[in-house]
Write a new protein. Structure first.
Ligand SMILES: O=C(O)CCC(=O)C(=O)O
Ligand SMILES: [Fe+2]
Length: 195
């Protein structure tokens, strides 16, 4: 509930949201067809390559500021049209954009952050679809970092974050020394378009 400091983040994991065969097809399609790019991020006062490739997709109006730069969205690939519809239905809310990340191996990762950009509104619903290698996703409470929630995100799984999750928790995809193959993650978001 808004304002309350929940003991657990408002997240729900559905394994096998996509059947393995459908997840395989989508993984291969996106891996080869999306214009994956390496982005520069500022860390400890230096510009470095983000440890992953990414691609920002969305409706033309869904411009987005991320890591200090404005991204013009790529158009929706045909392979995502049906998934987007089904997701909107499953999550009970529309999505006008998706951030796709490609983690090439266990060294690729994402550091601690919240998806709390003002363009997403106060209680964003973020639907995160995972394809490829299973990786660990960790949420940590902002004020009480000992409070953590850990999820393994397998091929075809869907994790939906809601409510005050972005306000009260940060999340990360840590690197791993295990030998893992590539993984694609799609975080569907609704950018609130003004005017
Ligand atoms: O790769 C993941 O599971 C998380 C990605 C993420 O947090 C993001 O794109 O904001
Ligand atoms: Fe995130």
């Amino acid at each position: 509930m808004a304002g309350e400091d929940a003991a657990w983040p408002d997240v729900e994991l559905t394994e096998r949201w996509l059947e393995p065969a459908a997840a395989d097809t989508l993984f291969e399609d996106l891996r080869h067809s999306l214009p994956w790019r390496s982005h520069r991020v500022r860390m400890f006062g230096r510009d470095i390559d983000a440890p992953r490739l990414s691609c920002w997709i969305g409706d033309p109006a869904a411009r987005y500021r991320y890591s200090g730069t404005t991204h013009e969205p790529e158009p929706w690939p045909a392979a995502l049209a049906a998934v987007r519809e089904r997701l909107a239905h499953a999550a009970g809310t529309p999505f006008n954009s998706v951030l796709a990340n490609l983690y090439r191996d266990g060294r690729d990762c994402m550091g601690w952050h919240s998806d709390d950009e003002p363009e997403l509104g106060p209680q964003p619903v973020i639907a995160s679809l995972s394809l490829g290698a299973t990786r660990r996703f960790v949420l940590k409470h902002r004020r009480e970092p000992a409070r953590q929630a850990v999820f393994e995100l397998p091929h075809g799984s869907l994790l939906v974050m809601r409510g005050d999750t972005q306000r009260d928790w940060r999340h990360a995809l840590p690197r791993t020394a295990r030998a893992v193959g590539p993984r694609i993650n799609l975080t569907f978001r609704e950018i609130i378009v003004r005017g």
